[in-house]
Each structure stands twice: as structure tokens, then as C-alpha cells.
Ligand binder design. Structure first.
Ligand code: AMP
Length: 364
């Protein structure tokens, strides 16, 4: 018997970090041949790309290499032009303004703009963000009027300035658009960041339900305008009953990892289904999930003893501030989740105490 797989298109992923690995894992039950590519490996070899293969990416920016060029220049590189447009905060913010999607007020830090102008437009605290390359809170610089902070000379043309938003909390929406234009969404996730890095997400939460349609309209508008195919994440600030987009990611996203345990179709499978033109039925999350990111901590197999816990360990070298895994915890049973969070507090270092208490408070 010949293998069916031989003739089905492969899905190549530009990048081979944890997102690519989880995509490959999600493709297995559907016999989708997903191949993450380490674009940094120096090689003269060419990838055996077929004309009908599909190319996606697990990151919005990548260094030039013969492998990254081969993938990004393939005619089936899905959403090709979108990556550059969203990877640059200037073009991303310009798109949001064009579409009249609410976002933190901003300006380009050009040659002439002064600190005084920025403070008069945006107030006493202004956040400068590098146009590209900033992630997990990196590439940020606060201008404080009281301290006369200056715009770093080499940030001109390389940064945008944003009004400091006094937000109530941060939420995100993970959605997907299929090639026929249908949009699909998971429930909003409530996110907690520590030192600019996502540390915990909870979804779904009843108290966020009234914001769901507002968020869906925003992300549908964006994905439709970009003729996007696949999963996109929209991170927002909640200010009262209003959402402001902070950031868009044209890919599967950390704040959607809860779907691996919480929904019959995870965000990884959803992205693959859209790319491979497979049917996408209504998304019906079955379980509320509390997701804890494992950041700069050694693996501890105690975690596996928690009822309702699923561990994803990325097998990366542990370094401070580096995401090395995540835990998805079933939050459907209140006693069970509160006891799991309390056990984790006993096993995890100081920087986890406040986030785990925050989760317990949300889930009580
Ligand atoms: P980002 O790299 O844009 O995702 O920002 C990382 C974190 O910095 C966000 O999750 C917020 O907690 C904070 N942040 C970003 N932009 C602003 C802003 N305009 N006002 C206040 N806090 C912000």
C-alpha cells in the first residue's frame, strides 16, 4: 500500500521554535506533514519544496538566509506581504488608523519631533517602542517629563511614541480566517504580563463575555482587509468597556496556548486547517483553562502530578527571562484548580507568587 502522505502537500514553517514544534504536533492526527525549518542553520542545501507545498511562519520577522529566502519567495508563502507590514509598528499602527480600529494614540519618532511635542500630545509619560524587533517588552523606552528623559538619538525613524494607557487589564483574541473569508474566534483570554512577558492567561471568563463581539468585529475587520488566511492574535488593553489594540501577531500566539486543552480544535490545528483548506466547524471550547508560562525555571516533574495539568516543555536551555514551557491547567473544578495553584506556589520561585495568586483570585 502506498503512503497517502507522499502526494499530499507539505506545510513548511519558517522557524523551528516551540510554535513550529506545536504546529507539527497538531498536524499529526490529521496526517498533515508539517516541517519547521531552522532558517539559521548554515547550509548550501536547498529544501525540497514542491510547487503545491504550503509555507507559513512561526515568527513575523526573520534574518536573511538562503533557507529563509527560499521559503519566503515561494509562491505559496501564505500571507507573505502581511508579515513585514505587521512586524513594523509604524505600518501596523498606520493600518489600524486606516481601518479606524481603536489603538493607543501614537506618532512616528521622526527627525524633528521633540520631547516637548510628544508630552503636549500624549501627556507626562510617553512610551517609545522600537519599530521592529521589540518583543516581550524589549525595545521600549519611557519618556518621563518630570525626569526630562530624552529621545535616544539612534531611535529617530526607528521608533514610534505611544500615549501611556492606564488600562484596567490586558486581554487578547485569537481568531482565524479561512480562504473563503469565514472568520472564527475563540473566547477572549485574560492575560497577565510580568516584566513585559506574558506569564499567565485564563480563558474563557464569563466576565469578559460582553467584550467578545467588540473584539471579534475589530479582528475580523483587520483579517478581512489584509485578505489574511490562518490564525492571527490581537492583544488589547481593556479600558472600562472599550478595547484598544496594543499589538497584532500574524501567527499562532502564546495567549492561545490554552486552546490545546480547552478546545476540540487548538489554535495550531486551526491554523493548519485554514492553510490546508480543510473544513472548520464552529469552535466550541469545552473547558476553562488557566495557562502558566514557565519562564527561566528548571523543569520540575512535580507539575505532572497535578490533576488536570498538561505540560509542554520546549527542551530549550533555561535562561532568565526565557520561555521554556507552559502548563495548561483545567479550571473547570474550582477546588481542584485552587489546590493546583497553591501547590505550584510551593514549588515555584518568588516571581511566580504574585501571578499564581492573581490566577487564584480570578478563578475563585
Ligand atoms: P508590547 O511589547 O507592545 O507587547 O508591550 C509589552 C507590555 O508593555 C504590554 O503588555 C503592556 O503591559 C505594556 N505596554 C505596552 N504599551 C503600553 C502603553 N501604550 N501604555 C502602557 N503600557 C504599555
Amino acid at each position: 500500500m502506498s503512503s497517502v502522505n507522499m502526494s499530499t502537500p507539505k506545510i513548511w514553517v519558517l522557524g523551528d521554535g516551540q510554535l513550529g514544534a506545536m504546529m507539527r504536533h497538531a498536524g499529526m492526527p490529521l496526517a498533515l506533514d508539517v516541517r519547521p525549518v531552522d532558517i539559521m542553520s548554515p547550509t548550501d542545501e536547498k529544501l525540497p519544496l514542491a510547487a503545491d507545498d504550503i509555507i507559513t511562519a512561526e515568527r513575523e520577522q526573520w534574518p536573511e538566509s538562503s533557507l529563509s529566502r527560499q521559503l519566503s519567495e515561494h509562491p505559496n508563502f501564505i500571507n507573505g506581504p502581511v508579515f513585514g507590514r505587521l512586524a513594523d509598528r509604524f505600518t501596523q499602527k498606520s493600518l489600524l488608523d486606516e481601518l479606524a480600529v481603536a489603538t493607543a494614540p501614537w506618532a512616528l519618532v521622526d527627525t524633528d519631533i521633540t520631547e516637548a511635542t510628544l508630552h503636549s500630545r500624549f501627556g507626562e509619560r510617553v512610551l517609545l517602542k522600537r519599530r521592529t524587533g521589540g518583543y516581550d517588552g524589549k525595545g521600549q523606552h519611557w519618556l518621563k517629563q518630570t525626569e526630562n528623559t530624552a529621545i535616544p538619538a539612534d531611535w529617530r525613524h526607528e521608533a514610534i511614541a505611544e500615549q501611556a494607557i492606564n488600562f484596567d487589564e490586558e486581554v487578547s483574541l485569537v481568531g482565524c480566517r479561512s480562504a473563503d473569508g469565514q472568520c472564527h474566534f475563540y473566547p477572549l483570554a485574560l492575560n497577565l504580563h510580568q516584566d513585559g512577558i506574558l506569564i499567565a492567561s485564563i480563558s474563557p471568563l464569563n466576565r469578559l463575555e460582553h467584550l467578545q463581539s467588540q473584539a471579534q468585529e475589530m479582528l475580523a475587520k483587520i483579517m478581512t482587509a489584509l485578505e489574511y488566511v490562518g490564525v492571527m492574535a490581537m492583544e488589547c488593553f481593556r479600558v472600562g468597556d472599550h478595547l484598544l489594540v496594543n499589538e497584532l501577531a500574524p501567527r499562532v500566539h502564546n495567549s492561545g496556548h490554552w486552546t490545546q486543552a480547552g478546545c476540540h480544535i487548538s489554535q495550531f490545528e486551526l491554523h493548519l486547517r485554514a492553510l490546508a483548506h480543510l473544513p472548520i466547524p464552529e469552535l466550541k471550547p469545552a473547558l476553562p483553562i488557566a495557562m502558566v508560562n514557565l519562564i527561566g525555571v528548571e523543569r520540575d516533574d512535580h507539575w505532572l502530578s497535578l490533576p488536570g495539568a498538561e505540560l509542554y516543555w520546549y527542551n530549550k536551555e533555561v535562561r532568565p527571562g526565557r520561555k521554556v514551557g507552559h502548563l495548561n491547567l483545567d479550571a473547570s473544578d474550582k477546588q481542584q484548580i485552587l489546590s493546583a495553584l497553591s501547590s505550584l506556589q510551593g514549588w515555584m520561585p518568588a516571581q511566580y507568587q504574585a501571578p499564581l495568586s492573581w490566577m487564584a483570585d480570578e478563578l475563585k
